[in-house]
Ligand binder design. Structure first.
Ligand code: AKB
Length: 333
């Protein structure tokens, strides 16, 4: 559809208007919640959702939705120009497990897609928010309370692409003044939108199995501790970071809410569902995602995000488990 007619194309500084935001990968685990939140803040017509798949009806009804292949520079530029985009939230990416199965595609989507967006941010003076991940750290990174600035030698294709993006974004900020912002997301838990092929996906799958079958066959070992967060906290943190008046002292921040192991998560679920059982892989034949998880931090130091843009989670593990169980139970009833 063409851009709405009422949009003020001769925008003058005396008439404040909302930023117009493009969200790529908006049909993923995080995108639909973020689009909804931004539309409630800036108006439906000011948030252009995009993806490479058809959107569900209810998604379309709430505002503009366009096809955007992030590997196609001129297609992206056309969207930015036609819709007079000011800010981009770049969510298109292959997550760790899927990327490890298809490294060539991960390089294209995660790196070429990001490079295209960064170049457009430079040329069209866009604010670019593109999340990074705990996966940008590696096996030689200090494991506990990992700070923003530390050893970063990721050994997964996902981590390599995301660290490349962090560094390139910082370079464009220094060299060209691009307003590049990024946060290293932990595993995200959500009841309504499924995760898309990551190593932390077990922490969502476990709830669906607990409610539907009473048993979960976990693909990670019982003591694999990883940082996690509930979706609404992630969306709030992202919006606060995205909308914070510039400049922030850093381009890239750690954010996290809590850390737990599969055994601790299962024990918390058992408080609500005493008959729930969980099994783990034979240590002699680990799932391929175990090595990915083992290369990541167990907990993050996110004090800089708390200091600089007021990051604060609402959900710890206990509150998150209760909400996940309630929401998924309601889907089944
Ligand atoms: C994944 O597991 O790949 C993601 C992430 C932590 O970036 N959820």
């Amino acid at each position: 559809p063409p851009p709405p007619q009422h949009y003020n194309s001769t925008s003058n500084a005396a008439v404040p208007r909302h930023p117009r935001v493009l969200v790529t990968g908006s049909l993923g685990q995080l995108g639909s919640g973020l689009v909804k939140e931004l539309r409630s803040m800036y108006g439906n017509e000011n948030v252009v959702a995009s993806d490479i798949r058809k959107a569900p009806e209810e998604f379309m009804a709430s505002g503009p939705f366009v096809y955007a292949d992030v590997m196609n520079y001129s297609m992206l530029e056309r969207i930015v120009v036609d819709w007079r985009i000011d800010w981009v939230v770049h969510y298109s990416a292959l997550l760790s497990a899927v990327a490890e199965k298809n490294p060539a595609l991960a390089l294209s989507v995660n790196m070429t897609g990001f490079q295209n967006m960064l170049e457009l941010a430079k040329i069209h003076r866009l604010r670019l928010y593109s999340p990074s991940t705990i996966g940008a750290f590696g096996p030689s990174t200090p494991k506990n309370n990992t700070p923003d600035l530390t050893i970063m030698r990721p050994n997964t294709i996902y981590g390599i692409t995301k660290l490349h993006n962090e560094l390139l974004g910082e370079y464009y900020r220094e060299k060209f003044g691009v307003d590049f912002r990024s946060a290293r997301y932990p595993g995200i838990l959500s009841a309504d939108t499924p995760p898309g092929g990551g190593t932390t996906d077990y922490a969502v799958d476990i709830f669906h199995h607990a409610i539907r079958t009473g048993h979960y066959d976990c693909f990670l070992s019982k003591d694999t501790r990883l940082p996690m967060m509930y979706l609404s906290d992630c969306i709030k943190g992202t919006v606060d970071h995205l909308t914070h008046p510039t400049p922030l002292p850093q381009s890239v921040y750690n954010i996290a809410a809590c850390s737990f192991t599969p055994a601790e998560l299962a024990a918390e679920i058992q408080k609500h569902l005493p008959h729930f059982t969980i099994s783990y892989p034979d240590p002699a034949r680990p799932d391929f995602r175990q090595a990915i998880a083992d290369s990541w931090p167990a907990s993050l130091d996110d004090s800089m995000a708390r200091r600089d843009f007021g990051w604060k989670e609402e959900f710890g593990m206990e509150k998150m488990v209760k909400l996940m169980l309630d929401k998924i139970q309601a889907q089944v009833d």
